[in-house]
Write a protein that binds this ligand. Structure first.
Ligand SMILES: C[S@@+](CC[C@H](N)C(=O)[O-])C[C@H]1O[C@@H](n2cnc3c(N)ncnc32)[C@H](O)[C@@H]1O
Length: 198
């Protein structure tokens, strides 16, 4: 039997190799394509594992976290606007035997642009338009139980607001912050709880 540790290590190694094979623009230390620490996210995903919850990663990059969610028993989806990264993620899933689903498109649903956004460089901003990422994964935001995102630190409140506007009551948001912490909020009937350390 393959132990979970072995699968996790195999996934992280394959993800690193996939990332290293990308063109230099993806390797730059700027955070537009930075990857989260998978171990920290693993600790959070494990709390709600094996319940067949629907998980979506907003901006799934090479797919590491979405695949990890799939391996932990979620029905896992990644939405990514960069089609090259979507292909890399799909290959990575195949390589490690994961059923994670990746769709190319925008995770900001049409007509749900945030009302107020800080001035951050364009690659970190939340922009609408382009292909609908939810159509690409055949899911609606209101189907999702657990959202995960790794945003620019100045965009954390904007993502929290987006979650409040699109998620169903009971859904949970996990945010990986630049401080290597995971923040969480739960959608309630009236809005969403404040972001707190998970
Ligand atoms: C900082 S990386 C995070 C990668 C991965 N989620 C992780 O935690 O390791 C952000 C990713 O989100 C993607 N992205 C940013 N805005 C997006 C949008 N509106 N719709 C879809 N993908 C987006 C970027 O192309 C990039 O791959």
């Amino acid at each position: 039997m393959v132990r979970w540790n072995d699968r996790f290590i195999a996934l992280c190694q394959a993800a690193e190799a996939a990332r290293a094979a990308l063109p230099p623009i993806y390797q730059a230390p700027e955070r537009a394509f930075a990857a989260a620490n998978p171990l920290l996210i693993f600790g959070e995903l494990r709390k709600y594992a094996n319940q067949q919850l629907k998980f979506v990663e907003w901006g799934s990059g090479v797919g590491t976290i979405t695949i990890m969610a799939d391996l932990l028993g979620y029905r896992a989806f990644g939405i990514e606007r960069d089609v090259r990264l979507v292909s890399v993620a799909q290959r990575l899933a195949e390589q490690v035997g994961s059923d994670a689903v990746f769709g190319a498109g925008n995770f900001v649903p049409p007509a749900h642009l945030p009302t107020a956004a800080p001035s951050v460089p364009a690659e970190f901003a939340l922009d609408g338009g382009g292909a609908d990422g939810y159509a690409a994964i055949s899911c609606l935001p209101t189907d999702i139980d657990l959202f995960y995102v790794f945003p620019h630190p100045e965009m954390i409140d904007v993502f929290h607001e987006l979650f409040t506007r699109v998620a169903k009551p009971g859904a949970r948001l996990l945010i990986y912050s630049q401080l290597m912490e995971v923040l969480t909020s739960v959608r309630t009937l009236m809005g969403a709880t404040a972001l707190v350390l998970a």
